[in-house]
Design a protein around this ligand. Sequence first.
Ligand code: TYD
Length: 381
Amino acid sequence: MLDLGLMPLANDFTEPGGEQAGYAPLRLMFCPRCTLAQLSVVVNPRILYSKYPYVTSHSATMLAHFKTLRDDLSKQCLGRSVVEIGSNDGTLLDYLSQNGFTTVLGVEPAANLCDLASKKGIATINEFFNPASAVHVIQELGGTPDLVIARHVFCHIDDWADTIGALTMICGKNTLVAVEVPYFPDTIRNGEWDQVYHEHLSYMTTEAMKAALTCSCLHISKVAHYPIHGGAIVMLLRRNDCGIEPDPLPPEKVTLEDLKAFAKQAAAQLTNLSKTVRDLVAQGKTVVGYGASAKATQWIKSCGFTRKEIRWVCDNTITKIYKHMPGTLIPVVDDGALTRELPDYAVCFAWNFATEIIAKEAIFKAKGGKWIIPVPEVKIV
Ligand code: TYD
């Protein structure tokens, strides 16, 4: 449905002179039968995740989401032990351990992130989540957990049967599994084409999850919607023998026509940003990027921007700073650069945190700086 051509890996930040992991085709396919959209190729997860620069955001927006999530999950799950799959640097588990959960355990394939988690005192198994590491989870906990959380990890997994099999291994009769995913109907509705990158192998609907669970002992018990990351759902899964009546699934319809409109909108958004930035540069204005998100790579590469158009991209993530944006020579600098250098325009590539970022960067605005927000439509504010 959407062909973005050959693209670099969205989080492949390279040091000056460093070697890139490579390029791969980026094409989105759609199954009208189960409404799952998937990429046409799978990049080896060891290349993507063994040393991963993405660190869970410590922003106010994210902390507010963690609080809501904890409150909502605590209503559904009375137990106090929690396992997080794809626990990143342990930020969420750290929060939960300080807010009512007595036993926390992470499973995370990136060694650099496990080190960060262990500095916070969060026990983490440094493995991909699969039947082998599921055994380690049970051994570590001495039983099954009360709660399993998998935030924004399911869409990164190729072999769902393997993952669902591993999930069923660690699920007791009363275990609650919370799977948070970007919600594909929101992605389409809001023109969030930049969510399409090699790490996101699949684009979720409840219909697709229902189909994936058909042959397992799990089912979707409830679904809740949240505004985080441009629109996400948390699907609460339970074992079929849990004795709790599931809620009816929310009405949902994703059609081929929706996908066609999405692809058309993506092309228009790309043309708009490309033209807006190039026109400004031609007028002698300076344009930079804010937020070296995976989404930033998608915009920059698809618009063909170089240092001539986007001077630098600033970000507050230590592992990204002083590197190059994937597939380019555009440097990533610290976020203080915005007030130090006061460019004329900043493209907010972390548009999912735009409200917070614009409020925080008040000096830039006060000095006449303008924001370009690329989603849902390119606009200057
Ligand atoms: P995010 O939207 O979480 O990620 P992705 O598209 O990679 O999945 O990334 C937001 C990026 O923006 C992340 O690299 C951190 C950065 N950021 C800042 O630099 N300052 C901020 O205030 C916030 C909220 C994010």
